[in-house]
Ligand binder design. Structure first.
Ligand SMILES: NC(=O)c1ccc[n+]([C@@H]2O[C@H](COP(=O)([O-])OP(=O)(O)OC[C@H]3O[C@@H](n4cnc5c(N)ncnc54)[C@H](OP(=O)(O)O)[C@@H]3O)[C@@H](O)[C@H]2O)c1
Length: 283
């Protein structure tokens, strides 16, 4: 039975992996900050030594981009050195490692979807610390899957849930203008992660749902699927007082997935429909 350590298990993607995996096939070790802080090198090494996972999935990160700008030391400690610590464990116990990463490693000024072979050029502390995490993983392990995604939504604070919350409260909702991305459900990411860890197709992957849209189009689709109305306005990130400007063009090309032809991601509208329907059933 495969032993999988899910690090950052209470976050959006960690939760989705737990929902999707088959406990009859996988023995799971779930840890989050309360059980094990990934910045504590000796504790991380000790946990790995005792439990000897076959796969480590690192979903732990400081994902609040504003917090990263305010506290770069924290961002680098968790997003870079935390990933380093887990890579050292992976290499020591011979485990595969999955490192979640982000479109924020790019500058967001391209006019074509970024492929895995485009040069990174992060513009924010979050993006720079995530790139440093990727580099540590590459430096310390070779059995790695670096998975960059974008605009992820699942069980947590994200754009889709913020739109739904505002609709319930009948608030006016300001949508950042000029941002284009590929909304990707945490559940779809979980499914492909569980597929990839069974393979030896190591390397860096762009993994997003198919298609792309603006924040405004995404908000409209969320409202349509949920059968709700909400007054939307568009505002610049300066007007929205966002301290960390996100890449304007956040579309990733799933180039490697396409050329190795092992997995097909759904269209973002189909994934969103599944998510909203499940949310409505849960109430
Ligand atoms: N969300 C997106 O749109 C998106 C897009 C692309 C890539 N990603 C990447 O995907 C990964 C997971 O994202 P997510 O959306 O699931 O993030 P999330 O919901 O913010 O979850 C991150 C988890 O990491 C935990 N954590 C923070 N510091 C830690 C530490 N020192 N030790 C152990 N755990 C710690 C957090 O705990 P607390 O909540 O208690 O702090 C939280 O449970 C991240 O690497 C992120 O960069 C996300």
């Amino acid at each position: 039975m495969l032993k999988v350590w899910i690090v950052g298990s209470s976050g959006q993607i960690g939760t989705a992996i737990n929902e999707v995996l088959d406990p009859m096939e996988i023995e799971v070790f779930d840890t989050d900050k309360n059980e094990l802080d990934i910045t504590q090198t000796d504790e991380v090494l000790h946990f790995g030594d005792i439990n000897r996972p076959n796969v480590i999935i690192n979903c732990a990160a400081i994902t609040d981009t504003a917090l990263c700008e305010k506290n770069p030391e924290l961002a680098y400690r968790v997003n870079a050195l935390g990933a380093r610590n887990l890579s050292i464990v992976a290499s020591k116990v011979g485990a595969k490692i999955v490192q979640l990463s982000t479109d924020d490693v790019f500058d967001g000024i391209a006019n074509h979807p970024y492929s895995e072979f485009d040069d990174t050029n992060p513009q924010t502390v979050y993006g720079r610390s995530k790139r440093a995490g990727e580099n540590y993983v590459k430096e310390f392990t070779h059995k790695h899957f670096i998975i960059r995604s974008s605009w992820v939504y699942g069980n947590g604070d994200n754009f889709v849930n913020r739109v739904l919350k505002a609709a319930e409260k009948r608030e006016l909702f300001a949508v950042p203008v000029g941002e284009i991305g590929a909304p990707t459900s945490a559940k779809d990411l979980a499914r492909i992660i569980l597929h990839l860890i069974e393979t030896n197709e190591y390397g860096t992957y762009h993994v997003t749902c198919k298609g792309s849209c603006s924040r405004y189009e995404l908000a409209k689709e969320v409202l349509k699927l949920a059968g709700k109305t909400l007054q939307l306005t568009e505002a610049s990130s300066v007007a929205l007082e966002q301290p960390a400007v996100r890449p304007a063009y956040a579309v990733l090309d799933n180039f490697i997935l396409r050329i190795i032809d092992v997995y097909d991601m759904p269209h973002w509208k189909d994934s969103l429909k599944e998510y909203i329907e499940e949310r409505m059933v849960r109430g």
